[in-house]
Write a protein that binds this ligand. Sequence first.
Ligand SMILES: *[C@@H]1O[C@H](CO)[C@@H](O)[C@H](O)[C@H]1NC(C)=O
Ligand SMILES: *[C@@H]1O[C@H](CO)[C@@H](O)[C@H](O)[C@H]1NC(C)=O
Ligand SMILES: *[C@@H]1O[C@H](CO)[C@@H](O)[C@H](O)[C@H]1NC(C)=O
Ligand SMILES: *[C@@H]1O[C@H](CO)[C@@H](O)[C@H](O)[C@H]1NC(C)=O
Ligand SMILES: *[C@@H]1O[C@H](CO)[C@@H](O)[C@H](O)[C@H]1NC(C)=O
Ligand SMILES: *[C@@H]1O[C@H](CO)[C@@H](O)[C@H](O)[C@H]1NC(C)=O
Length: 626
Amino acid sequence: MILRLLPLLAFLGAAHGAQPDAPSPIAAQLRDLQWGQLNFIHTTDIHGWLGGHLQEPSYSADWGDYVSFTKHLHDRADADGSDLLLIDTGDRIEGNGLYDASDPKGQYYFDIVKQADIDLICSGNHELYKKNSSDGEFRYTVPNFKGNYIASNLDIYNPDTGKLEPLARRFKTFKTKNQGIRILAFGFIFDFTGNANNTVVQTVEDTVKTEWFQEALREKDIDLIVVFGHVAIRSKEYSLIYKTIRSVQWDTPIQFFGGHTHIRDYKVYDSKSVALESGRYMETLGFMSISGLSSGGSKKRLSSPQKPSLTFSRRYIDNNLFSLYHHSGKSNETFQTEHGRNVSAQINNARKSLKLDERRGCAPHDLWVNRAPYPHKQSIFTWLEKEVFPNHFKHSSRAKGGNKALVISNTGAMRFDIFKGPFTKDTEFLVSPFTSGFSYVKDVPFKVAKQLLKLLNNEGPIMDEIARQNLMLAPPERIAGRANVEASDDFHHWNVPGPGAQVHLGDDKTLTPGYTTEDDAGSDGDDTVHSTISFYNVPNCIQAAVGFELSHGNASEVVVFDDEEPEKVDVVYNEFIESWVLLALQYLGQKYNESDTAPYVEGQTLTTVITDWVEANWDVAGEECP
Ligand SMILES: *[C@@H]1O[C@H](CO)[C@@H](O)[C@H](O)[C@H]1NC(C)=O
Ligand SMILES: *[C@@H]1O[C@H](CO)[C@@H](O)[C@H](O)[C@H]1NC(C)=O
Ligand SMILES: *[C@@H]1O[C@H](CO)[C@@H](O)[C@H](O)[C@H]1NC(C)=O
Ligand SMILES: *[C@@H]1O[C@H](CO)[C@@H](O)[C@H](O)[C@H]1NC(C)=O
Ligand SMILES: *[C@@H]1O[C@H](CO)[C@@H](O)[C@H](O)[C@H]1NC(C)=O
Ligand SMILES: *[C@@H]1O[C@H](CO)[C@@H](O)[C@H](O)[C@H]1NC(C)=O
């Protein structure tokens, strides 16, 4: 590991690149990339954040900067005879105004994404929740990345012909440009069941048995197998693919790329097989290099003598200009390419047309999804429970008619933190992009209703069924991470700092907080040396009382002052969890089904509920909002 010392706490001047309103990155100690014979840059779970993070200096570079950065790395590969491949493993959409704020959604998005020369690309589950989105993949993304989009276990009903067909090719074999490394690539999605009925996800178990897969595996003239997908790298799906490949190709190097769980992670399967997962929301550019591969297709050699043994190296790059300048060997004067500048301008124009900077209110303090425990005054869920839901829903016609309610939401409906400062039209979608509304079952006996949360959050038959269907009600970050496997309570920290991350600066205050990842290769994977941020698990679901007070409640129990306990309540929930609420009610001996449900407030979604509350409570029209 080469550790480069750079001046600390020196703010960069007018940064060239990024969006005009993006904060300048903060200089920090960086670990270099270990450039190899074959190099990869991996993005995953971008969720529309092509404009970068406008409130976080560590992640403030945009997709235009990605275009410039990868151009420089391509030049480097061409200059020294190595290779570079770009990979994206899905969930590119939903979660940022740039995608969600247009009607139809994604109006600007497809033309921006296609500006990067992605070599291997696949679908995530978010591309498949709605027919419109998967049709968008079929009509735009697949043709935009012609030949590079791979759908090993995903079919679509062709929107023009109605025929079921693979969304894209099942696999691909190709040779790298400079080294002539012969690659066999598969592109998977995990065993997802929540898709709209215009797509069909074949389970990985069924797929590895198919004739085409078995035949592809028996290809002899291969130097490397790349398995990329919207699949967690520590999952039953990837274990099975690994075992299946090894049963046929016992010695061929395998490089996995994964996603879905929004974490930085690296797993070693065996001495010739490793996996990389590269975070979320354009916070992370995952770098991976391999040296020592045979390159049967070519006689070309790297200028430095090739190492006889196979070596892998990974790095999680914080997506900001300070890091990108450094790793590309460029400066603020030389970094931005004309193409990159055009893409940044394209993003800025789209943001302007969509009015994403329009202010809804001014957040008085930070509210966290995972960075505060729950319950806690800085938890976004405590805020929903105590402020937003009770105050918003008391204006509903049912509540005004004197009907008390318990409002239940899954925590996974909240996708991102709220930072002190402007709450904009963009923030709405960052926080919760989902379009499902609130429904209710009326007049449920309170003695029954108050047991629902426990069933949705704790062990039991409902939880088992949720797990069996491979669904998540909590934010995806929750189930991820090695440390998390040992989690014994709801307040377990993950991404614990490892000894290798400790760098003696004399004064710890000079480190900015950020990712301090621990993975199978140790704790030196992050490019930027940071101080640790604690993350906390949160329950699947939370609830709020409307029209009465909970004396206290938590993930597993509701307690009401006895003399105030209502006889019956409306059970209100976001539609995403309707089947689980109904299943839980049935389990509790109630005969409710879909015909007993109705919209609670017509046309309202979690996004509009939050926005209405922000406008009513945090509006500071005309005032400064720092
Ligand atoms: C680049 O950074 C230097 C040092 O901060 C500054 O003096 C210079 O004006 C910057 N150049 C551009 C084009 O932003
Ligand atoms: C679905 O696609 C159609 C046609 O492009 C569009 O008019 C409609 O607004 C889209 N619906 C959503 C929810 O984006
Ligand atoms: C999908 O569901 C819709 C509405 O329920 C139905 O009209 C359509 O036929 C279904 N399509 C397929 C391919 O099953
Ligand atoms: C950048 O945009 C300008 C103006 O629209 C255009 O003339 C030029 O060809 C573009 N360059 C690249 C590399 O995309
Ligand atoms: C929830 O509240 C109940 C009742 O006060 C208590 O017994 C239980 O320990 C609490 N659980 C958690 C996780 O705080
Ligand atoms: C719901 O239950 C009622 C009786 O309680 C029954 O008549 C109806 O068919 C059921 N609907 C569905 C969709 O199962």
